[in-house]
Design a protein around this ligand. Structure first.
Ligand SMILES: [Zn+2]
Length: 254
C-alpha cells in the first residue's frame, strides 16, 4: 500500500459510478488511480476528490489490474474560492491540462508541483484573478518542461535584444526575431509583435514564484500580447488544440 499527498489534477468518469483520477503527487509524479464507486456514493470519499484539492491518499497495486485502486482520500487543503470563481477555475483547468499533456509519467518534477500548488494558493488568496497571472504561469510551465521561450537574442542573427525596439515572437519556434531579420525571412506560422519592456518584464520573472505575482503590475495590452504569443507556442508544442485553453480564452473575453 502506498500513502501520498497529491493534487487532484483530472477526473475521468468510468462506468456507472467510478472515477479514474489523475493525481499530481508531492514528489512531482503524475499517477492515475481507480476510485471505485466515488461518483455515486459520497460515503467513502466525501467531497475530498473535487478537482484541485490537495488530498492525502492511500492506494493498492492489485495483481491483474492496470491501475492502482484508491483506498482512502482525506482532504488536506481545498480551494473553495477558486472552485466558485469561473475564471480562476478555468485557469486552474488549463494549467492542469498543460501539466497532464507535458509531464511524462515517472519523471518526477517536485519544483513544478510546488509552482502549481503556489499558483492555486495565490489565486485562492486574491479577490479575483489578475490577468497577468496567466502569461506568467504559461512561461513558468514552459520553462519547467524545457521549452523556455528565447527572449534574450534574435533567433536568426543571434544579436542581443536592444532597448526601445520591438521584436516578432515566432509562435512555432518559441523565440523572438529582430525586425531586420523578420523582413528577410518568410514565416509560415503566426508571429506576435512584442516590445522590449514587456519582454524584460517576463525575463525578470525567472526564478520568482507565484506568491510574488500579486505585487507585479502589467498593462492589459502587454498581458494580452504576451498571452497570445505563448499560447500559440504551447498549442504548437503540444501538437493539438487544448480544450481548456479555448474555454479560458472565451471566459477572459467577457
Ligand atoms: Zn535578427
Amino acid at each position: 500500500m502506498e500513502d501520498k499527498n497529491a493534487l487532484v489534477l483530472r477526473r475521468i468518469p468510468y462506468g456507472e459510478s467510478d472515477w479514474i483520477l489523475s493525481l499530481f503527487t508531492e514528489e512531482g509524479n503524475k499517477i492515475s488511480v481507480f476510485a471505485a464507486g466515488a461518483r455515486n456514493s459520497k460515503k467513502r470519499f466525501g467531497s475530498s476528490l473535487d478537482l484541485f484539492n490537495l488530498v492525502s491518499v492511500t492506494f493498492d497495486h492489485k495483481p491483474g489490474r492496470d491501475l492502482p485502486l484508491l483506498n482512502e482520500a482525506y482532504l488536506v487543503e481545498g480551494f473553495v474560492a477558486l472552485r466558485n470563481d469561473l475564471t480562476k477555475f478555468s485557469a486552474a483547468s488549463f494549467f492542469g491540462e498543460m501539466i497532464s499533456e507535458f509531464l511524462p509519467e515517472k519523471d518526477p518534477q517536485h519544483k513544478l508541483y510546488q509552482a502549481f500548488l503556489g499558483f492555486l494558493r495565490t489565486m485562492e488568496s486574491q479577490a479575483f484573478l489578475p490577468d497577468h497571472f496567466i502569461p506568467l504561469m504559461e512561461h513558468q510551465l514552459l520553462s519547467h518542461f524545457g521549452f523556455q521561450p528565447r527572449f534574450t537574442s534574435c533567433l536568426i542573427c543571434q544579436e542581443k535584444l536592444k532597448a526601445s525596439q520591438s521584436y516578432y515572437f515566432h509562435g512555432a519556434k518559441g523565440g523572438v526575431v529582430c525586425l531586420a531579420c523578420h523582413e528577410n525571412t518568410p514565416v509560415a506560422h503566426s508571429v506576435y509583435l512584442l516590445d522590449y519592456v514587456t519582454i524584460q518584464k517576463m525575463l525578470s520573472q525567472l526564478g520568482r514564484v507565484p506568491q510574488d505575482w500579486p505585487k507585479e503590475s502589467w498593462g492589459a495590452d502587454e498581458t494580452l500580447k504576451m498571452r497570445k504569443a505563448l499560447e500559440y507556442f504551447i498549442q504548437f508544442t503540444v501538437g493539438k488544440p487544448l480544450k481548456s485553453l479555448n474555454f479560458l480564452s472565451q471566459i477572459l473575453l467577457k
